[in-house]
Design a binder for this molecule. Structure first.
Ligand SMILES: *Cc1c(COP(=O)(O)O)cnc(C)c1O
Length: 402
């Protein structure tokens, strides 16, 4: 395998997303090779002994590492500006693995209440079973973070923007509070994507992604990735990773590598489309739409923070229809192009009604605390023509108020 040299100057994200991390075999293939192999052979027992001793000079077993995964991990590492990365089987393998790799009984975690459903399970149900207690706070409230810290707080965990109502957490401010308390900061950066937010540069210690979302971006494979300092990934996370078998399949890593090549192009276009759809919905205020939540709009409650820590508004918009569940269902049934699905980050525009799907399990009070009403819908905007999407939501709002 050879590693093509990239020039020394600091390269842009689009260049890194195409060339970063590439390893070429003796055939000098243009497109990254897919290494569907479980193991690796050694020329001699001496070589095998050496390989096991350092684990750095080559591959041993694909549960530990694989050349296709290594390319994807290096490309992600460069994009994120991290010390090292490990690719996981799913976003949840990344989240649960990142937390379980360093927490132990007696530790305490503080997390934002507005979390992806499965992340909430990990923090609220799974970790406490192993003696790791947790406190949930309103992620927007800096004082709440301060008050929740305890002497045994070892991790702070949040997503920003959050699912589904696109609340923001001030990464720099919360990182400072966490570090003063001696805790590591883990950020789920799925909604912002590596294109629009760099949590490590703002003070976070560990970044996790579900690469199932924008990084694949075309609805094919599940995957995840954990990024952090070289010390954390290689000394703490890698041991947990290789012994628990949470790694990504080489086939999925190959799909994700190809996804990264077009990530910026797709996310920029989807974001431009989202801004147009959000503005069209905003223009329907008092005509069927009561609230539009989009970090790229000046009427977002945390617009100033969005400007400060994000480079783009994201490809998701949440909004509320007047008339509760009945109006929301009428709206969803009237859509012609946008598809009903709880997934996000896809080339196809996907929409979901959180109160009856992803957040159905929550008590009404807990839903209300997250800003999810019966009229709330979350739209993940895709790569269709913006004008078609705008017409689709306009005609569906009309149908909902009829
Ligand atoms: C989808 C998602 C996850 C989980 O990822 P999977 O790949 O489905 O396991 C975690 N966090 C956020 C914010 C997500 O959107």
């Amino acid at each position: 395998m050879s590693k093509p040299n990239l020039p020394d100057e600091i390269l842009g994200a689009a260049t890194l997303a195409v060339h970063g991390g590439t390893l070429r075999s003796q055939f000098m293939e243009t497109s990254e090779a897919l290494f569907l192999t479980q193991g690796y052979v050694y020329n001699s027992p001496e070589e095998a002994e050496e390989r096991f001793k350092s684990e750095s000079g080559g591959f041993i077993y694909s549960r530990y590492a694989n050349p296709t995964l290594a390319m994807f991990e290096e490309r992600m590492r460069l994009l994120e500006g991290a010390g090292a990365a490990r690719a996981t089987a799913s976003g949840m393998a990344a989240v649960s693995g990142a937390l379980l790799s360093f927490l132990k009984a007696g530790d305490h975690v503080v997390a934002a209440r507005a979390l992806f459903g499965s992340c909430l399970y990990v923090v609220q149900d799974l970790l406490p079973r192993f003696g790791v207690t947790s406190t949930l706070v309103d992620g927007r409230d800096i004082d709440a973070w301060k008050k929740a810290m305890k002497p045994n707080t070892k991790a702070v965990f949040f997503e920003t923007p959050s699912n589904p109502c696109l609340d923001l957490v001030d990464i720099a401010a919360v990182s400072k509070i966490a570090h003063d308390a001696g805790a590591l900061v883990v950020v789920d950066n799925v909604f912002a994507t590596p294109c629009y937010q760099s949590p490590l540069k703002l003070g976070a210690d560990i970044v996790v992604y579900s690469t199932t979302k924008h990084i694949d971006g075309q609805g094919r494979c599940l995957g995840g990735v954990v990024l952090g300092s070289e010390k954390f990934i290689k000394e703490t996370f890698h041991t947990f990773y290789k012994h628990t078998g949470i790694g990504m399949s080489p086939f999925n890593a190959w799909v994700m590598l190809k996804g990264l090549e077009t990530l910026k192009l797709r996310v920029d276009q989807q974001t431009a489309n989202t801004a147009k759809v959000a503005d069209a919905l905003g223009a329907l205020k008092n005509q069927g739409v009561t609230r539009v939540l989009y970090p790229g709009r000046s009427d977002h409650p945390q617009a100033e923070l969005a400007k400060r820590q994000m480079q783009g508004g994201s490809t998701l918009v949440a909004f509320e229809l007047a008339g509760g569940k009945a109006a929301a269902f009428k709206f969803l049934n009237a859509l012609k192009i946008i598809k009903l699905s709880n997934n996000l980050g896809d080339a196809k525009s996907l929409i979901t009604h959180p109160a009856t799907t992803t957040h159905q399990r929550l008590k009404p009070d807990d839903r209300a605390a997250l800003g999810i009403t019966d009229g709330t819908v979350r739209l993940s905007v895709g790569l269709e023509d913006a004008a078609d999407l705008v017409r689709d939501v306009q005609q569906a709002v009309k149908a909902a108020v009829a």
